[in-house]
Design a protein around this ligand. Structure first.
Ligand code: PEP
Length: 286
């Protein structure tokens, strides 16, 4: 567990935290990021199992984000269900000579409602900059997609006490030039890079809550308190059925972005139930 940044809220933060609790009425949002996994056959089976298992209780919004080649296939299976379709990326142009890229228009055309942007795997493995992510967000929102913007610090940045600065930079640069109105269709996933991929540690509920408060505060300074209070902030990083209740119980943790566990329908559905906070989910093991 990366230790350093875990701290009790400062006295000056306590009033703000309790005010936030009183206003914490945002609907939980659980999203599966299937990354570059599944075959067509597995994607279809997974989607069917999620649709069958998710039920009609709509207290938690649910979406899945399959790889591009399976969007249409999964979209057909999700039709008429309460599970929405999302993509994992897009290119910020309507159309054109951009070999290998996928436009927002194409995503809408196959039934996508959401798109994940700024995922750390794209930032760190594919070199995406805040400026490029900003361009994508603007184009996606203008096209009518809802954006899930991922932000998060590396373990070195956390160890150096730079978590707040890194989150601030990703928000300031990533959301530059956008208005509070445009951002009504944006949610943020706080995904500490050191916690992603089931490498043995997730953020503690306390660490997640603190970073969510940092993000909400910064967002409020940029777009106003009203926009900040309606902003859905998910936690992502090794969320599993056995830690989901503790994470999702925290005020200000408005849902989860799930990688590994979203590839297993039983685990994904258990995490959704944790968001609904059904008593039977408490203490459930994977
Ligand atoms: C992710 O990649 O968005 C993620 C949270 O992955 P995992 O749940 O596997 O850590």
């Amino acid at each position: 567990m990366v230790g350093r940044v875990s701290r009790e809220p400062a006295d000056s933060d306590k009033g703000r935290v309790s005010a936030q609790r009183r206003q914490d009425t945002r609907q939980k949002f659980v999203v599966g990021n299937w990354k570059m996994y599944t075959t067509a056959e597995q994607a279809g089976r997974l989607a069917k199992a999620i649709v069958e298992g998710v039920g009609i209780d709509d207290r938690v919004s649910v979406a899945v984000c399959p790889p591009f080649p399976y969007l249409a296939l999964v979209g057909e299976i999700l039709k008429g269900s309460r599970v929405a379709l999302g993509a994992q990326n897009l290119y910020p142009e309507k159309e054109g000579a951009f070999t290998g890229e996928v436009s927002p228009t194409m995503l809408l055309d196959v039934g996508c409602k959401y798109v994940i942007l700024g995922h750390s795997e794209r930032r760190h493995k594919l070199g995406e900059s805040d400026a490029f992510i900003n361009q994508k967000i603007g184009v996606a929102l203008a096209a009518g997609l809802r954006v899930i913007l991922c932000v998060g610090e590396t373990s070195d940045q956390r160890e150096a006490g730079r978590t707040e600065a890194v989150l601030g930079r990703q928000l300031i640069k990533g959301l530059a030039g956008l208005s509070a109105d445009a951002l009504a269709h944006l949610s943020i996933a706080y995904e500490p890079v050191w916690a992603i991929g089931g490498r043995g540690h997730h953020a503690t509920p306390q660490q997640a809550q603190e970073s969510h408060a940092v993000i909400r505060r910064r967002f409020g300074r940029m777009f106003g308190e009203r926009a900040a209070q309606s902003l859905v902030i998910q936690y992502g990083g090794s969320v599993k059925p056995n830690n989901a209740v503790a994470l999702l119980d925290r005020h200000g943790v408005d849902g989860a972005l799930i990688g590994g566990a979203s590839l297993n329908a039983d685990q994904f559905l258990a995490i959704i139930r944790a968001g609904i906070n059904e008593p039977k989910t408490r203490g459930e093991q994977p």
